[in-house]
Structure formats: structure tokens, C-alpha cells
Write a protein that binds this ligand. Structure first.
Ligand code: NDP
Length: 246
């Protein structure tokens, strides 16, 4: 199949790119600032998956016109895309009372509006093909988390968006599902999660560890596969058994 992955330059997105390539899929991924990392992934792909097509495009998902341009270019280059993985995201540690307009907009525009722009952009081609898979990366934070109002709201919004795609387009061969990870070891959690939060997680998580990006990536390729064709409009939690945070 042909995958499109936003934010494929680092962390979970990079693991999804790697996993999809390892299973023989073509992958187009995007990055915002990490051009060097994107180039390194392309070089790896050429070495480890020479029969797969892999391309990287710079894209800020907040820019809907840019989203349309990149989507068109990828569809033209690949001849279509079956699987769209909305992974690009940013976080913000800020109490609701002290979150500025600018901070709120940055998080909502990236995590929620960006997801909408990307999925909307692929819909015409998917409807023409009568096939598509949307996989949206939410977070355990969609249940609400103290100190992350904007992030939690953006991630909860993805549940409504995905459930709507599932209902509007299920009969047209398009499914949409949300993956809701707990703590996964990436730059995001290294930079934004305090030592106290990580310790709390380790103490309370039944499996006693954080997840690896590859744990999430394997779930993504499963949801993209024929084996998952009857899974639609669901929220799949992947968190080692700890499904709430304070
Ligand atoms: P990282 O911070 O490691 O990577 C974020 C990725 O998103 C990067 O590729 C980055 O691009 C890209 N990105 C950021 N802003 C934009 C933008 N405006 N336009 C396009 N791309 C952008 O994050 P993770 O890998 O940890 O997280 C991936 C997803 O999983 C996110 O949606 C996150 O909310 C979600 N998630 C993560 C969890 C975790 O514990 N890590 C837990 C639950 C959910 P660049 O490299 O170029 O900056």
C-alpha cells in the first residue's frame, strides 16, 4: 500500500515510516524543520527497502494551501495513497488559566486543524478509489490532563473528527480510527515531560515501562491492513494498561 505520514522525521512518525517500509509499503512522509533527519531516513530507506518508494516533503500542517500542494504532489508521484497517518503534533505544558491565545492557536492549529486539512485533502482521491484508511494519533490526554488544556482539547477533538469520517465515508470504503498512546519515549516526552511525571508513570503503569515508538508503529500498520477492515470509528488505547493521568 501507499502511506502518507505527517511528522515522519522523528519519534513515533519516524518509527511508522520505518515499520511501513519494512513491510514493503511505499511511504511519503513530511517534516517541518528536521530536514537533516528526513534526509537520513531517505538514505536508510534506500539501503534497507530499495524496492519501496520513499519521499519526504517539508510541510507545516497549519498551512492548508501547503497541505493541498503536498498532497497533490504525492498523489501524482505515487499514483494514489491508501493510508493517511496524522501524526504531526506539538505539546504544551500550561495551566488553562495561563494559556495565551497564541499558544492555544499553535496547538489547536497543529494538532487538530492540521489533521482536518490533511484528511480533507486526501478525501477526493480516496472517494474516487472507494478505499482509504485514516489513522489519527491522539493521546491519553484526550481524557483531560492537568496542565495541558490546549493539548488535551486538540487530542479530544481528533476523536470527534475521526468518528465523523468513519460515519460519513464508511460506506465508501474509507475507515478512520484513532490511536491513543500513553507515555512513549520520544523527543516530545524527553523535552516536555518532567522527571516527576515520568516517575509517576513508571510507578503506576501496570507493565512498568514507557512504550517505544515501534509499539505504536506496529499498531498503525495493523490498522492499515486487510485484517483491520472491519475496525472503524474506534479509539485504540496503547498505554501498557495505564489509561488515565492526573
Ligand atoms: P515528536 O515531538 O518526537 O515529533 C513530532 C513530529 O511532528 C516531528 O516530525 C515534527 O516535525 C512534526 N511537527 C511538529 N509540528 C508540525 C507542524 N506544524 N507541521 C508539520 N509537522 C510538524 O513527537 P512524538 O513522536 O512523541 O509524537 C507524535 C504524535 O504522537 C503527536 O501527535 C503526539 O501528540 C502523539 N503522542 C505522543 C505521545 C508520546 O508519549 N510521545 C503520547 C501520546 C500521543 P520536525 O521534526 O520537522 O520538527
Amino acid at each position: 500500500m501507499r502511506f502518507f505520514v505527517t511528522g515522519g522525521s522523528r519519534g513515533i512518525g519516524a518509527a511508522i515510516v520505518e515499520q511501513a517500509l519494512s513491510e514493503g509499503h511505499d511511504v511519503a512522509f513530511t517534516y517541518r524543520e528536521s530536514a537533516d533527519r528526513a534526509q537520513a531516513i531517505l538514505a536508510d530507506a534506500a539501503r534497507t527497502a530499495p524496492l519501496c518508494r520513499c519521499r519526504a516533503d517539508a510541510l507545516d500542517v497549519r498551512d492548508s494551501a501547503a497541505v493541498d500542494r503536498v498532497t497533490d504532489a504525492v498523489i501524482e508521484a505515487f499514483g494514489g495513497v491508501e493510508v493517511v497517518v496524522v501524526n504531526a503534533g506539538i505539546t504544551l505544558n500550561r495551566l488553562a488559566a495561563t494559556t495565551s491565545d497564541e499558544e492555544w492557536r499553535a496547538v489547536i492549529e497543529t494538532n487538530l486543524s492540521g489533521a482536518f486539512y490533511v484528511c480533507r485533502s486526501f478525501l477526493p482521491a480516496m472517494l474516487a478509489e472507494k478505499f482509504g484508511r485514516f489513522i489519527l494519533l491522539s493521546s491519553i490526554s484526550h481524557r483531560g490532563v492537568s496542565g495541558q488544556a490546549a493539548y488535551a482539547a486538540s487530542k479530544a477533538g481528533l476523536l470527534g473528527l475521526s468518528a465523523t469520517f468513519a460515519k460519513e465515508y464508511g460506506r465508501r470504503g474509507i475507515t478512520s480510527n484513532v490511536i491513543s498512546p500513553g507515555l512513549i519515549a520520544t523527543d516530545m516526552t524527553q523535552d516536555a515531560t518532567s522527571e516527576a511525571s515520568r516517575t509517576w508513570w513508571m510507578e503506576h503503569c501496570p507493565v512498568g515501562r514507557s512504550g517505544a515508538p515501534a509499539d505504536v508503529a506496529r499498531l498503525v500498520t495493523f490498522l492499515a491492513s486487510d485484517a483491520a477492515s472491519f475496525i472503524n470509528g474506534q479509539v485504540i488505547e496503547i498505554n501498557g494498561g495505564l489509561d488515565w493521568v492526573p
